[in-house]
Design a protein around this ligand. Structure first.
Ligand code: ADP
Ligand code: ADP
Length: 229
């Protein structure tokens, strides 16, 4: 569960990117935040994993005040938050299996457990036959599958998605959304995704918040918000 209470972010240049945002993402939600470029969506997601500090407000993850965590505690909690991005953020000099293994290495997994876990993860995302490939040898959809495998490596309970399908064609987008939905159910994940694509929200989210100029201007059930008149 993710709770934000009156969160503000004002960058050092004075730009007020997130304005008094309050929202609650419940366990098992696939919660979409939709808005135009510049609305403040990325800032919001960076606040949630504390890559940025809010100027004011409170942020709780599974009931814990994350702003009170020290550095060691924060690194520990971040393992339980998987993250996927528009441009995948894979290491180009490492193979698929090495990219996934990397997430386990930095989390101090035992060397002998890593190989087995990597195989398991590649199986989940349907890429077992591409283990030895380099990212440059994969399609966009396959690259996103690798990054999903990496995001799941440490058994997270939260998945944050930053425009994960924005670089993909409609057919690939659909297959990635189906994968996200499947892993959400299989591992009881809470998913928060930011997107500028209405179709994505309609396809997969149960809740949505509309963000504009730093503010949440509307939020609720997808069917309620997008109900035809
Ligand atoms: P979105 O993800 O919806 O496109 P962002 O959160 O990236 O929105 O940006 C919101 C606003 O904050 C924009 O005006 C952007 O230029 C500004 N912004 C983002 N990051 C920074 C930063 N590090 N310093 C100053 N302004 C920033
Ligand atoms: P898409 O149709 O999704 O755009 P591509 O046409 O890029 O995908 O790739 C189709 C298939 O060819 C994929 O299975 C991908 O793994 C494989 N492939 C693409 N580029 C290379 C490459 N340079 N070396 C080996 N296999 C590749």
């Amino acid at each position: 569960m993710i709770t934000l209470e009156n969160v503000n972010k004002i960058y050092s240049n004075g730009l007020h990117a997130v304005k008094d945002v309050s929202l609650k993402v419940n366990e098992g939600d696939i919660f979409g935040i939709i808005g135009l470029s510049g609305a403040g969506k990325s800032s919001l997601i960076r606040l949630i994993n504390r890559l940025e500090e809010p100027t004011s407000g409170k942020i709780f993850i599974n009931g814990e005040d994350i702003l009170s965590l020290n550095k060691t505690e924060l690194l520990e909690r971040r393992k339980k938050i998987g993250m996927i991005f528009q441009h995948f953020n894979l290491l180009s000099s490492r193979t698929v299996e090495e990219n996934v293994a990397f997430a386990l290495e930095i989390a101090n997994w035992n060397k002998k457990d890593i190989g087995k876990r990597v195989s398991e993860l590649l199986e989940i995302v349907g890429l077992s036959d591409k283990a030895k490939y380099y990212p440059s040898q994969l399609s966009g959809g396959q690259k996103q599958r690798v990054s999903i495998a990496r995001a799941l490596a440490n058994n997270p309970d939260i998945l944050l998605s930053d425009e994960a399908t924005s670089a993909l064609d409609p057919k690939t987008t659909k297959s990635i959304l189906e994968l996200i939905k499947a892993i959400q159910q299989k591992f009881s994940l809470t998913v928060l995704m930011i997107t500028h694509q209405m179709e994505v929200v309609k396809e997969i989210c149960n809740k949505v918040a509309i963000m504009s100029d730093g503010k949440i201007v509307e939020q609720g059930g997808v069917h309620h918000i997008f109900a035809d008149p």
